[in-house]
Design a protein. Sequence first.
Length: 137
Amino acid sequence: MKFIRLKTRTKAFSLQEVLIVLLIIGVFMLIALPNLMPLVVKAKSIEAQMQLKYIYNNQTSYRYLYSKYTTDLYELDFEAPKTVRENGTSNYTYEVLSASSTSFTARATAITDFDGDGVFNVWEIDQDGTPKQIVKD
């Protein structure tokens, strides 16, 4: 028996062609990245707004029970999520700055500089229940 070897050629991209395409994609990403940074900051700030709303709801419940607000997050049954420094997912630290019988102020401070400009995002909420951005990143 005689075997016949067929010469077939598989069409494929060369290594150089693949590298050129990756280089072009990288250049496009560098051009687009500064335009996308505000969206990244906005998405990450949603975490702070949600947690501050949770603190507000717990403060409201606490006031109904004790006729005052509290500065102690433990009394509010609020356990702050682990931050990225603690191998968690949270980008903010939370604290109650002041509390009286009629008002309170809670703050979320970013521990990550989202856009690398040296400014850290800060959000606050008070007894009115609307989160406000104090320092914009």
